[in-house]
Design a protein around this ligand. Structure first.
Ligand code: FRU
Length: 493
C-alpha cells in the first residue's frame, strides 16, 4: 500500500478506512479468490451520516486493499446494512445465465411525506467481481409499512429447500423470509417475542449452521442478533446469539427463553456477521464485527478516520456445562504477522517476582499463554504500559473470572461510560487457563479458554505506551508456555 496509516491510534493489523467514518461490516462474501468486506461508510465526514457501502478486498483476511465506494445513496434513500451472495445459477436473471454478486441491503428513505424515515429491502448486482454495481430497477423488493425499524437483511442459500432464505430485524423481533429468486419474498415466521435480551432495538441478524465439537456429526443453527444501546445501561450496544433449530420457516431456541448469551464480553464488538460462499473445502464460518459501540462511536479520539473492524474470527460450537455455546478464534492466517518472538516454557512465577517481560516493548503484539494455577489469587498482563498506566487483562482465580480493565488505558474522557472494567466467568480446564491476546494501537482482543470467552475493547493509550508486564498476586502460577510476538503492520508492504 502507498498509504501511510501511521497516525496515532491507527490500527496496524485491523481494517480501518483510510479516511472518514466506518460502521457495520456489510456484504461479506467470498468470490473468485477474494474476501469482500463492504461496510457502512460516510465518505464526507468522521461522524455517521448518509450511508454508503465502502469496500475492501483481501486474498487472505490479513492484508486489505481499499477500493472505491460500491453503493451510493439514490432516490430510494441511503444504503444501510445488508449482505451479499453469489447467485451461482442466475436465479435473479441478472447475469445472462452466468453468475455474479447480488447485494441485499436496506434502503433508508428520509424523504417521506410523513417525515418518518422508511426502511425497505433492495438489491444491487455486479458482474465484475464487485468493482461496479447496478441498482435493480424494481427496488425495493421487500417492504412492510407496519415496521419502522425494518432492516439489515442477511441472505443465504438454503440448500435443503433449494431456495434463498433471509433473516431481517424488525423492532425487537427477527423475521424469516424465503424466495426463489431474491426478488419475490414470502414471509415465514417471527422470532423473539419472549427470548433473549430486549435491552435495545434488534439489528444485524445472521443465521447459519455449525457442527458441534466432538465429532458426533451433530450440528446446530446459530442466530446472531445485535442489540442497540439503551440510555440506562453502561454496556451500550452488544451482540447476543441463540442456538437452536431452523426448518426453513422458523427458528426455535434450545435454551429457556430467559437465557441471554453474549457473543463477546468486551464493549467493542458490534453488528458482526459472517462470510457467505466460503468454499466448501475450506468449510469455515468466518465472522467479523465493527470494533465499536454506539454509546461513544461518534466521539472516538481519532482524526482522519473513525472506526475499525475486529480481527476476522473462525466460529465453532463447544459443548459446555450449560449447553452448546459459541467459541471464536482469530483466523489462522494472522500467524503470518508474527515476528520477533519471546518464548518461555515451564517456569514458576511467584507474587513479588520481578517483571518477566520487562525487556519486551511494543504496541502491536500477540500473547499466547498456557498458565497452570498453582495458588495465585490472580494473575494477568498489563499491556500498552508506561508510568503506572496500561490495560490490564487478568484472571481472578478466586472468582474464576477473566477481565479487561481499561480504566487507566489512556484517553477515556470522550464519554463517561468508556472507563470501565468488565469480564466473564470462565472455569479453568483442570487448573489450566489458556489466553490469547492481540493488542493493536487502539484495541485489545482476548480469547480465553480456547475462545469460549472473547473480550474485545478499544483503548487509546498513545504511542509512548510500549511496556508489557506479567503480574501475579498472592501465591504462584506455573507458566506451561508463554509466547509473545511482535506483529507486523499490514500497511507496510
Ligand atoms: C447497526 C445499524 C444498522 C443499520 C446501520 C446504519 O449498527 O444501526 O441497524 O443498518 O447501523 O448505519
Amino acid at each position: 500500500s502507498t498509504k501511510s496509516y501511521s497516525e496515532t491510534f491507527r490500527p496496524q493489523f485491523h481494517y480501518s478506512p483510510e479516511a472518514n467514518w466506518l460502521n457495520d461490516p456489510n456484504g461479506l462474501v467470498w468470490y473468485e479468490g477474494e474476501y469482500h468486506l463492504f461496510y457502512q461508510h460516510h465518505p464526507h465526514s468522521t461522524v455517521w451520516g448518509p450511508m454508503h457501502w465502502g469496500h475492501a478486498v483481501s486474498k487472505d483476511l490479513v492484508y486489505w486493499e481499499e477500493l472505491p465506494i460500491a453503493l451510493w445513496p439514490d432516490h430510494n434513500g441511503a444504503i444501510f446494512s445488508g449482505s451479499a451472495v453469489v447467485d451461482w445459477h442466475d436465479t435473479t436473471g441478472f447475469f445472462n445465465g452466468g453468475s455474479g454478486l447480488v447485494a441485499v441491503f436496506t434502503h433508508h428513505d428520509t424523504q417521506t411525506p410523513s417525515g418518518v424515515p422508511r426502511q425497505s429491502q433492495s438489491l444491487a448486482y455486479s458482474s465484475d467481481k464487485g468493482r461496479t454495481w447496478t441498482m435493480y430497477e424494481g427496488n425495493p423488493v421487500l417492504e412492510d409499512e407496519r415496521h419502522v425499524d425494518y432492516r439489515d437483511p442477511k441472505v443465504f442459500w438454503d440448500s435443503e429447500r433449494e431456495r434463498w432464505a433471509m433473516v431481517l430485524a424488525a423492532g425487537q423481533r427477527i423475521l424469516f423470509y424465503h424466495s426463489p429468486d431474491l426478488i419475490h419474498w414470502s414471509f415465514g415466521s417471527e422470532f423473539g417475542a419472549s427470548e433473549g435480551s430486549h435491552d435495545g432495538v434488534w439489528e444485524c441478524p445472521d443465521l447459519f449452521r455449525l457442527p458441534v465439537d466432538g465429532g458426533s456429526g451433530e450440528s446446530k443453527w446459530v442466530l446472531i442478533v445485535s442489540i442497540g444501546p439503551s440510555d440506562e445501561l453502561a454496556e451500550g450496544s452488544r451482540t447476543q446469539y441463540f442456538v437452536g433449530e431452523y426448518d426453513g420457516v422458523s427458528f426455535v431456541s434450545d435454551n429457556p427463553p430467559d437465557t441471554v448469551l453474549w457473543l463477546d464480553h468486551g464493549r467493542d464488538n458490534y453488528a458482526g456477521v459472517t462470510w457467505s460462499d466460503v468454499p466448501a473445502q475450506d468449510g469455515r464460518r468466518l465472522f467479523i464485527g465493527w470494533m465499536n459501540n454506539w454509546k461513544y462511536a461518534n466521539l472516538l479520539p481519532t482524526e482522519a478516520w473513525r472506526g475499525a473492524m475486529t480481527l476476522p474470527r473462525e466460529l465453532g460450537l463447544a459443548v459446555c456445562e450449560d449447553g452448546v455455546r459459541l467459541r471464536q478464534m482469530p483466523v489462522k492466517e494472522l500467524e503470518a504477522l508474527r515476528e520477533k518472538e519471546f518464548r518461555i516454557n515451564h517456569a514458576v512465577i511467584n507474587a513479588g517476582d520481578g517483571n518477566l517481560l520487562q525487556d519486551i516493548h511494543g504496541s502491536a503484539l500477540e500473547i499466547e499463554a498456557e498458565i497452570k494455577l498453582t495458588g495465585a489469587s490472580a494473575f494477568g498482563f498489563r499491556i500498552h504500559g508506561s508510568a503506572g498506566q496500561g490495560t490490564v487483562i487478568g484472571y481472578d482465580a478466586s472468582r474464576s473470572y477473566v477481565f479487561i480493565d481499561r480504566r487507566n488505558a489512556g484517553i477515556s474522557d470522550f464519554h463517561p461510560d468508556f472507563s470501565c472494567e468488565h469480564g466473564a466467568d470462565l472455569k479453568p480446564s483442570g487448573d489450566i487457563l489458556k489466553l490469547r491476546i492481540f493488542a493493536d494501537h487502539s484495541s485489545v482482543e482476548v480469547f480465553a479458554g480456547d475462545g469460549r470467552v472473547a473480550l474485545t475493547d478499544q483503548v487509546f493509550p498513545g504511542p509512548e505506551h510500549q511496556n508489557l508486564e506479567l503480574y501475579v498476586q498472592e501465591g504462584s502460577i506455573e507458566i506451561i508456555s508463554l509466547h509473545v510476538y511482535g506483529l507486523k503492520s499490514i500497511w507496510d508492504s
